[in-house]
Design a protein around this ligand. Structure first.
Ligand SMILES: [Fe+2]
Length: 546
């Protein structure tokens, strides 16, 4: 038996999305993110102590059963010593340590969960082990690097800089910039030379950045600007404060950032197409691969027959990628397609009842709770479901979700204002019953899995009014197709909702409040329930109502 424990995180503030994963005999047993325990989003600057304990529990093993611990970060100072001290202090035992390059771990997290026999891979983020974009080719023989870029020539850094200029938190709020870009404003040509694309290469004009961003150097903290005065002077506008009104100018800056990012990606794709390796498949990973609009542009371009983006494309997926890479060394893994992301902890009805009784709450035990949830949603109620193993990755996919009727026009505003306390331009996502997806969406020829809310799809014109609160202003949506085989509970709720309303789609958003990680425990879920105007919550078979 070979057991590999993958971990990610670190002791510096810039190390974030700390997580742990266990692979046992080539199978993914469990993956979990440290933020779900610490309740601080992204869990910056920590090694995943709680996640490791949870993984060992889920896998029913002790630390001494672990053959290898793999850490994503091959060039960090003294990392082997830090890890050995950490394990000896917290676990009284340190397994053999394997350090893997950050981008190689990103690549492995995508390729070894893609199910492809061969694939090109693009990994892109702010920076990891000094590199920011890496192009790979992978097959059964392994993963080979084709080309790479180091910061400041970073697509993640470019997008983060614009995100920060627009008044959002970089390395967190890039989805807000993406959402603003969807308003289809005109491009702001003044900053066209920030990210330059020529001859299938991209280049960052460093005049726009603060000085000192280079390989091996720590990026500025989140309290300091990434952009220079040059950007501010060129745009002739101060950076937006976070609560300032969004205007046409902000929309145009966001639109430029998105267009340039996409242009750079298509240049990278051309590099791959002109390469000596050949493949009809493409995998994406790294924080930039969370850009669902970019992913959909690549899909609709039909440049590849298949594309795959794992649900944990950001740094949270490094623990899984690192573990898969080392597990593959033991035994040639025939890569299997990851179909579901329910890899975290679950809580039984018994455990939930103990918590409800402790809190002296009124509740009902309901056998067929899916039907009751669907009826309440059809009656206009907003509710949450807490069921089965928690999702791995930033999206709630029906294990820790808030649900609502997408046909109700007002729901988007209610959820944004009263539940999430966020700007109303941010869209919500639809979860559609498998088998009904083609009634609602026009998918590209390129095949992809729409299981993880990571690629946008075009919404059919005649169906837009039916799911109006779960689509963006550009008539695309970050769709999740819900498969009976992977989540029969969620499937049954949507199916029943469809029988009542004739709409086989539910609005699905994560069970959390602004700035908080997704709920892990029943107590976390109840905390959201009692501090928002939510009507009901179903914790496994227990229903609690206001
Ligand atoms: Fe990364």
């Amino acid at each position: 038996m070979k057991i590999v424990l993958g971990i990610n995180g670190g002791t510096r503030p810039g190390n974030q999305d700390s997580s742990a994963s266990i692979i046992k005999d080539g199978k993914i047993v469990t993956c979990i993110e440290e933020e779900r325990f610490t309740r601080i989003k992204h869990a910056p600057g920590v090694l995943p102590e709680n996640s490791i304990r949870s993984c060992l529990n889920e896998a029913k093993i002790s630390i001494k059963d672990v053959d290898y611990v793999v850490f994503a970060g091959a060039t960090y100072d003294n990392m082997k010593l830090i890890l050995s001290n950490f394990f000896n202090l917290k676990f009284r035992y340190c397994p053999k340590i394997y350090l893997i390059d950050h981008h190689l771990a990103h690549a492995a997290s995508a390729f070894y969960t893609s199910g492809f026999n061969d694939s090109f891979i693009i990994t892109a983020d702010l920076s990891g082990d000094s590199r920011s974009t890496v192009l790979f080719y992978a097959d059964k023989k392994g993963i080979k690097k084709i080309n790479s870029y180091s910061k400041p020539h970073s697509l993640g850094l470019f997008y983060a800089t614009i995100t920060q200029y627009l008044g959002f938190r970089y390395d967190n709020d890039e989805c807000k910039t993406m959402a603003l870009a969807g308003f289809n404003s005109k491009q702001n040509h003044i900053i066209n030379d920030f990210l330059q694309v020529k001859n299938n290469e991209y280049h960052i004009n460093t005049n726009y950045l603060v000085k000192g961003i280079m390989p091996g150097k720590t990026n500025p903290s989140r309290q300091e600007p990434l952009f220079s005065e040059y950007l501010v002077n060129k745009l002739k506008a101060k950076p937006r404060f976070k609560n300032e009104k969004i205007n046409e100018f902000h929309l145009s800056v966001a639109k430029t950032a998105q267009d340039k990012l996409e242009q750079a990606f298509f240049a990278l794709i051309k590099q791959l197409k002109n390469n000596k390796f050949k493949s009809n498949n493409l995998c994406l990973a790294g924080g930039v691969a969370l850009n669902a609009q970019l992913n959909s542009k690549i899909a609709y371009s039909n440049e590849f027959e298949n594309i795959f983006i794992p649900p944990c494309a950001g740094d949270n997926g490094l623990s899984l990628g690192g573990a898969l890479y080392v597990a593959n060394k033991y035994k040639s893994l025939l890569p299997k397609r990851l179909k579901a992301t329910y890899l975290g902890q679950e809580f039984s009805n018994k455990e939930i009842k103990i918590e409800l009784d402790r809190l002296k709450l009124k509740y009902k035990y309901i056998d067929n709770i899916e039907k009751v949830v669907a009826e309440k949603l059809a009656n206009g109620k907003i509710g949450a479901i807490f069921h089965g193993r928690m999702e791995f990755g930033p999206r709630a996919l029906g294990a820790r979700s808030i649900l609502a009727n997408p046909k109700n026009k007002k729901i988007k505003e209610i959820l944004n204002k009263n539940f999430k306390q966020r700007e109303n331009f941010q869209p919500f996502a639809p979860a559609v019953l498998k088998g009904k997806e083609n009634e609602y969406f026009d998918f590209p020829k390129t095949k992809s899995d729409y299981d993880f809310m990571i690629i946008n799809a075009k919404v059919k014109q005649e169906k837009r009014k039916d799911i109006i609160s779960a689509i963006h202003v550009d008539n695309t949506a970050r769709v999740q197709i819900v498969d009976k085989k992977t989540n029969s509970y969620f499937y049954k709720i949507i199916e029943q909702f469809g029988k009542i309303t004739n709409v086989n789609v539910l609005l699905n958003t994560s069970l959390n409040k602004r700035g908080m990680p997704i709920a892990r425990t029943p107590n976390d879920a109840l905390n959201v329930f009692f501090t928002t105007p939510m009507d009901f919550i179903a914790l496994e078979n227990y229903l609690i109502e206001k």
